[in-house]
Design a protein around this ligand. Structure first.
Ligand SMILES: [Zn+2]
Ligand SMILES: [Zn+2]
Length: 374
């Protein structure tokens, strides 16, 4: 069938992308779902910093690639062997397909599925190969999802069924921003009432970490970002304080000498160094933002030892999506996780270049891209 997709054709072009046009909206051919796969009509997708990292070349991927990894939609067709999903179900798509049987999946770490990581790096679906093509030439999948499309074929392991009362535009944000941000504070580390927490970087993931930490009872809860509007949003989502980047001394004062947990959701060396410096004795620095592969992490080794510090990586919030997304949906239904407040704009697929520019400039939180209904 024919689908409309946003396809990345060149990495590392100069900004503004509205002029250099690294992405194009194209009509592609999509083959039907194979065994273990689903055809999903995309309702909404979210533009995430990890998409920008592929566009600017700091997260190299094979081209051409149909971009996007955060979405929700409606199941339209089911491949052989899938018995726990029905046509018409609403699904949240997640960016690591889990196979269920590799050593990591078997030990309860589906976010680290090694088969999923390998297929994502290759730009293929979990079972191998690509279902997208243009004029007979294959087009790669982004993280097993390729969310900026009218329809997608995904592995069953990339989809989580959610109740139909969650609007697609809200459900989309559960797949990356909310899962990653809340997971960092409840799965990678377990924030308890009264724990001091700092979140550095207030994009969709960082603000989700603020919401998750507030829900867990963090106090104080300090949010750090250069953009005033994002600091204000963090305060309204439960942060007790909001400061500009580099305010290490102020944060150490606010947290009685350093926080128990500091979540870094930027992916830059300076932000990581600040996050480490804001962490207290015995505390944990949780790294969520994706740095360029050439970057090295440098921390004072003596502090790690003598202050019993922990530096922890967190990928997809150390989450188990099939367990955690339905639970997060129930919190949303109770009004305790207002994820829709992360949406800063609702756009069409054709707006992607401009949306990438706004994301790079720091002015956007979560921009939703809606495909045209056919
Ligand atoms: Zn993402
Ligand atoms: Zn696995």
């Amino acid at each position: 069938m024919k689908v409309t997709s946003v396809v990345l054709t060149a990495m590392g072009l100069p900004r503004p992308y509205a002029d250099s046009r690294p992405v194009e909206v194209m009509e592609l051919d999509l083959s039907g779902p194979q065994a273990g796969e689903l055809l999903v009509r995309v309702e909404a997708s979210g533009l995430c910093h990890s998409d920008l990292s592929v566009v600017d070349g700091s997260r190299p991927r094979p081209l051409p690639m149909a971009l996007g990894h955060e979405a929700a939609g409606i199941v339209e067709e089911i491949g052989a062997g899938v018995h726990d999903v029905a046509v018409g179900d609403r699904v949240v798509l997640v960016f690591v397909p889990s196979c269920g049987s590799c050593p990591e999946c078997s030990s309860g770490q589906p976010a680290l599925c090694r088969r999923g990581a390998a297929s994502n790096t290759a730009g293929e679906l979990l079972q191998g190969g690509r279902r997208l093509s243009r004029d007979g030439s294959p087009v790669h999948h982004h993280l097993g999802v390729s969310a900026f499309s009218s329809r997608v074929v995904v592995d069953r392991g990339s989809a989580v069924v959610v109740p139909s009362d969650v609007p697609g535009e809200t459900a989309a944000l559960f797949g990356c921003a909310l899962l990653t941000g809340t997971g960092a504070v409840e799965s990678t580390v377990q924030v308890r009432p009264g724990d001091s927490v700092v979140v550095v970087g207030l994009g969709g993931v960082g603000l989700s970490a603020v919401m998750g930490a507030a829900l867990a009872g963090a106090d104080p809860l300090v949010a750090v970002d250069p953009v005033e509007a994002k600091r204000a949003l963090a305060l309204s989502l439960g942060a007790s304080h909001a400061v500009e980047p580099g305010s290490v001394d102020e944060v150490r004062d606010l947290t009685s000498g350093g926080a128990r947990y500091v979540v870094e959701a930027v992916g830059h060396e300076q932000a990581m160094a600040d996050a480490f410096a804001m962490t207290g004795r015995g505390g944990s620095t949780v790294l969520v933002g994706l740095p360029h592969p050439s970057r090295m992490l440098s921390v004072p080794a003596v502090q790690v030892v003598a202050e019993a510090r922990k530096v922890l990586g967190s990928y997809m919030g150390s989450a188990a999506p099939q367990r955690d997304i339905p639970r997060l949906v129930r919190l949303w239904q109770d009004g305790r996780l207002p994820v829709e407040r992360l949406t800063s704009a609702v756009l069409s697929l054709e707006d992607t270049p401009r949306a990438l520019d706004d994301l790079a400039a720091g002015s956007a939180v979560r921009q939703l891209l809606l495909p045209r209904r056919d």
